[in-house]
Design a binder for this molecule. Structure first.
Ligand SMILES: Nc1ncnc2c1ncn2[C@@H]1O[C@H](COP(=O)(O)OP(=O)(O)OP(=O)(O)O)[C@@H](O)[C@H]1O
Ligand SMILES: [Mg+2]
Length: 235
């Protein structure tokens, strides 16, 4: 569970987040809002890359404020980035193993986790292919596999569906839906694809200008007139 308590983030004169309160409890939560609404900023605050101006965040009741990104990884927080970070000169398995070297309990359990994660995302047979020879979808799968290592408690994914075609989005959707049960973790999903959000997210938080516009069961949130107005004219 993620708790967000009157969180404000300022960049100069801009309030990227503005007194945000929210509790994310569902196994899969959507995080949506127009461009610039503050979604990535929230992920950056949770993962420790941006320091808030005021307010606090917690993971399963443990206060995160002031902890380094590395400590937060130790507490079970994982994230993907809007720009992916697959290393071209390493194979798929080496990219994922590099994470296991830091977060898995032992070398042996690390190797096992890497195999489980690669099989889970469908890259079992592509494990020895170099990063630069993987296509966009496969690279995205490497990024997701990295988040599954080391018993994650919460995984934050920043637009994992961006740039994927319809059949790839479909495969992604089925994969994401299975993650909470398969890895005993919570998933927070940012995406601009309302269909993807509607089909996998139980609850959804909508941000607009750094404020909470809506939070609740995804279908009800997407049908909320205030949410529809926020998207009209700006997308
Ligand atoms: N490092 C930064 N310095 C200055 N302003 C920033 C910085 N990061 C974000 N912002 C501003 O904060 C606001 C929120 O940005 P953020 O990237 O969190 O939005 P977002 O909801 O992720 O948008 P998108 O859907 O385009 O990814 C925007 O006005 C953005 O320009
Ligand atoms: Mg963003």
């Amino acid at each position: 569970m993620i708790s967000i308590d009157t969180l404000t983030v300022r960049f100069g004169g801009i309030r990227a987040l503005d007194g945000l309160d929210a509790q994310l409890t569902a196994p899969i939560c959507g995080l949506i809002g127009p461009n610039g609404a503050g979604k990535t900023t929230l992920v950056n605050v949770l993962s420790g890359f941006v320091r808030p101006y005021s307010g606090a965040v917690a993971l399963n009741g443990v206060a995160l404020s002031g902890l380094s990104p590395r400590r937060r990884v130790g507490l079970g927080l994982r994230r993907t980035f809007q720009q992916e970070l697959v290393v071209d000169e390493l194979t798929a398995v080496e990219n994922v193993q590099a994470i296991a070297d830091h977060v898995s309990a032992t070398r042996q359990s690390g190797r096992r986790e890497v195999t489980v994660a690669l099989d889970f995302v469908g890259l079992g047979e592509r494990r020895d292919v170099l990063g630069r020879q993987l296509n966009l979808y496969e690279r995205r799968m490497v990024e997701i596999a990295k988040t599954l290592i080391g018993r994650p408690k919460v995984i934050l994914m920043d637009e994992p569906g961006a740039g994927l075609n319809e059949s790839e989005t479909d495969r992604l959707r089925r994969l994401l839906a299975e993650i909470p049960q398969a890895f005993d973790t919570q998933l927070v999903l940012i995406d601009h694809d309302a269909e993807l959000i509607a089909s996998v997210c139980i609850d959804t938080l909508v941000l607009d200008f750094g404020k909470r516009l809506a939070l609740g069961p995804t279908r009800a949130v997407l049908d909320d007139p205030a949410v529809r107005r926020a998207y009209l004219g700006r997308e």
